[in-house]
Unconditional design. Structure first.
Length: 301
């Protein structure tokens, strides 16, 4: 199975190209690029006030206000510091790079900016990982509406953190393939004892979400991760966040890949059947006869 990248490669490659061009003394060009990402997220890379050496990277998340309630602003200040700038209108967060003052660690800066969406998401996980570490289990459950009709729930207990994704399947076929996929994830516990338990419920929300606004629908599934202290410890939490926050896209990506593979096999099998049918077609027996000079005559019985 393929793990999707947690960074935005287009953003990173665009900034890398600009930095390298500036280092080589090349002519700066105006830039105005809009990049789409998962969950309806948009990046905007553009110059500030027509200044070719100043590049502002902005990100728009429809659910950013919900992340702010869980410390997103503080986490971004910690990660980006002086790179943060006045937020562009219509966007959630903006960072600024100056091509006239290139630091030695510019590749690290480019990588950080490519992780802007990931770091926005990380705030809610870090907050509840800290609650679990302190044994503080009386905190209100976090509810993040990260997509239309799809929600993320995070809750901390004394010995674990529970993360629940609600996801909507657009086709009935997706439900069937999704169930098979989730069963394989459950079986993964046998191969790795350090993997977190994974629970899947179709249509009905899990017990953790009883008496909430969680939807009951034939095309809705709920995926629950139970994260123990070995997953939320400070030495491993970054990797946990990287994997968990991309899970919804990981699931649907592999569902689409599975459907594409099934369709390709069906087309190949259909082609084989047509070849068999063509070979089985009877040949027409011709009663035409030719003389030695090439003339044709029809023999009548």
């Amino acid at each position: 199975m393929i793990l999707l990248e947690i960074n935005n490669r287009v953003v990173e490659e665009t900034l890398t190209l600009k930095y390298r061009n500036a280092q080589a003394g090349g002519k700066s060009e105006y830039i105005d690029v809009t990049v789409a990402d998962f969950d309806g997220v948009l990046f905007h890379i553009a110059n500030v006030n027509q200044n070719k050496s100043k590049i502002r990277v902005s990100i728009s998340l429809k659910f950013y206000k919900e992340l702010q309630e869980h410390g997103a602003d503080e986490l971004l200040k910690r990660e980006y510091g002086e790179l943060l700038t006045t937020t562009e209108d219509g966007y959630s967060v903006s960072v600024l790079v100056d091509l006239e003052n290139i630091p030695e660690n510019w590749p690290e800066i480019v990588k950080k900016i490519g992780l802007l969406k990931r770091n926005c998401f990380a705030s809610v996980f870090e907050k509840y990982f800290d609650f679990q570490e302190k044994g503080d289990e009386g905190q209100k459950r976090a509810v993040i509406h990260y997509r239309n009709d799809e929600t993320l729930y995070v809750e901390a207990k004394a010995d674990r953190v529970t993360v629940v994704f609600s996801t909507r399947f657009r086709d009935e076929d997706d439900v069937v393939i999704g169930k098979v996929f989730m069963q394989e994830l459950k079986e993964g516990l046998r191969a790795s004892h350090t993997a977190p338990p994974v629970l899947f419920s179709h249509r009905e929300p899990p017990r953790e979400l009883q008496n909430t606004d969680a939807k009951v629908d034939n095309n809705v599934g709920y995926v629950t991760f139970v994260l123990f202290p070995r997953h939320t410890a400070r030495s491993t939490r970054d990797n946990t966040i990287n994997l968990v926050h991309m899970f919804r896209h990981y699931l649907h990506y592999h569902i689409k890949c599975s459907k594409a593979y099934i369709h390709s096999r069906m087309r190949a099998k259909t082609s084989d059947f047509l070849k068999v049918l063509n070979r089985a077609r009877p040949e027409n027996k011709s009663t035409d006869k030719k003389t030695i000079t090439g003339r044709t005559f029809i023999r009548k019985d």
